[in-house]
Design a protein around this ligand. Sequence first.
Ligand SMILES: [Zn+2]
Length: 57
Amino acid sequence: MRRWTRLALRAYHLHCAREDARVRHLVVPLGVWVCEHCRHVSLNLHSFNSHRADAHA
Ligand SMILES: [Zn+2]
């Protein structure tokens, strides 16, 4: 269950990053997470989670 949740969250954020890039005509490589709160960009899930924990706890 936890594994599924992580995978779903990852897919969700990847989808959002790609959609965001598409509407802004930017190219976002796979494996980039964009914070939905402040548009901070993380290159891996660990730094993404760290950013959210630090900035949006
Ligand atoms: Zn943020």
